[in-house]
Design a protein around this ligand. Sequence first.
Ligand code: C2E
Ligand code: MG
Ligand code: MG
Length: 691
Amino acid sequence: MTENYQNTQMDVGSMRSDPDQPLSGLWDWDIAHDRLEWSPEIYRLFGVEPSAFDASYPAFLERVHPDDRDKVSSAVRAALEDGQPYQVDHRILTRAGDLRHVREMGKVERDAAGRPIRMLGIVQDMGGRLKDEVRMGLLAQVVEQSADLIVISSTQGVIEYVNPTFCRASGYTADEAIGASTRLLKSGLQETAFYRRLWETLMGGEPFHDVLVNRRKDGSVFFEDKTITPVRLPPDGPVTHFVSTGKDITEQLQFEERIRHLSEFSPLTNLPNRAAFMKMIDDEVRRLAYVGGRLAIAHVDVDRFKAINEAFGVIAADQLLKAIGERLQQAFPAARIAHLGADEFGVLWTDIPGIDALITEADHIMAQFAEDFSVAGHAVFITASVGLSLYPDDASQAADLLRTAASAMYEAKNQGGACWRTYIASLVKDQTERLDMERELRQALAKQEFTLHYQPQASLETGRIVGLEALLRWRSPQRGMVSPGQFIPVLEQTGLIEAVGEWVLASACQHLAAWLAAGLPAVRVSVNVSPRQFRSARLPQVVARALAGIGQGPGAEIELEITESALLHDTEVAVATLRTLRQLGARIAIDDFGTGYSCLSYLKDLPVDTLKLAQPFVQGIPEHPRDRGIAALVIGLGKSLDMDIVAEGVETEEQLAVLREEGCTLLQGYLFSRPIPAEDVPLILTSGKTL
Ligand code: C2E
Ligand code: MG
Ligand code: MG
């Protein structure tokens, strides 16, 4: 025994040198004399000085935590009775007041008569070991009580654990979830590819993080911001589990959605607000830039709304605004209605044929105010001022369309309200003015106020005149010489362009026939065909008749200039029309090429002879390298398709040099000649003028 004691003491001694090692010590209890002998480690463990310790069993028991005393004494008693070694874990109270966990192991020795005379034992500091257990317990509680949804599953996707937060969020009890597949929550709203990525990531041993769209037990959907981590047990082994921690972010998303709604919709009428209206217009403008066509907007402003506000109060006035919004929505189911703010509303019509259709719609808006509104129990008649704006006629950008519509609306207000006004570019200031111009234009043809000027086109190769573009002029007795930019939109909108265009074509052909008859050098004459004219079913007939008047010889041809945008609208019909016109003997040019956002690939299918490079690109040379780039591109494209390329609006020698270098074939512009009256054409053709 003594030997044992020695050995153990040596062990204990060697432990002492390591302060991180838990303490262990030996005790020896002389039962008969109740003398307790402690090794120094026990003194240290108990936190008492040997001098201050009355080394006896009761003194020892006093140091044991009161709650554990029974446990200890009954273990000791049992050992004394049956003689078996005992082991008991208990807590002790140190002098310093600390609580310590120890494990006590003891063994009884008896005399020849079998009476217990001595007990030997070890006290082991269990601090560290118990701490582990406590830590595990703590960890378990962290998982249990976590505000996150926690699921532990096998690598096969069988759920092994779920925490209460999961149960609350999903509606499944732990019993229902455990043993089920993780597919339990699958909403079916995410693509197969999403889940494939999830499994591939996890199988690769990597954590997966994303928002999962899950379904609760009651069928409703919730969004979970989730991280799934592969776990290895033991840490250096293969992946055995997946631990998923997530947050239910459904409310957060709903909140964001609400914010978005608030930022795009008027809280009063629940209609899109000004910013959203602007975006709608912008989207439509972009679409139309590709497919062609028109859109229109109306700016509707309630007249004398302030008076209603004052008379009936804000609440009643708000109800009135709501009612107006609803009435507009009902009246224009195919249009988009917006609440621009205060007493202002917006209407957007997509794909409107033109001004005539817009005016019909405007009258329909006015009709909505013919019937009374009920305000605070009173029947109230109100009126509105409406401003109209048309794309692309009045503006080509969303913001400009809104601005032009607003200024037309103010014009309507100036007229006393209860009416609509259109905005026609900057050319006509108000409706009466526009109507005057329209009336004058209707008579201009009969009064022979139209005339043609011709602008020569020179070959870059020979420097000689090879073509003339016919440009319409209006000599108005009231207005003087009006440029086509001002009156052609009005002709277009009223439909007068068809008759005037017919006249231009016939006149140009007559001029050419006369010049040929007079023995002047053969020349090509270009005639502009407006989009509306191009879409007219009568056009082939008109062209055929006009061409019949001239005996076309080599070099003496008629070329029809069609703008790019006219071709983008209903391309199949456009191509068929072009074919017909060509069969009739006319050449085809695309005017202002490069401004119409066209898809270049459609060009190769078009029966086209000439591309007219739009002025802005020519005029950007040489300051704007991009313009030069586009010019070079159009020239290259035209050449590769075996077309002539006319550079329009060439004003400087520098531009000429660049265009020559890029391989352009024809030039038209002030540098060579301004448009000249028809009477002067014979002179220029015989003068031998060269570049
Ligand atoms: P367009 O067909 O692109 O005609 C070229 C325009 O550029 C003409 O303006 C011409 O005078 C101008 N121009 C020519 N060289 C230069 C230059 O070096 N610098 C500058 N800054 N401008 C130059 P115009 O005569 O005012 O005609 C404007 C537009 O009106 C024409 O553009 C065309 O689209 C339209 N137009 C003219 N006549 C007719 C017509 O008979 N029928 C139709 N439908 N449209 C016409
Ligand atoms: Mg032209
Ligand atoms: Mg042009």
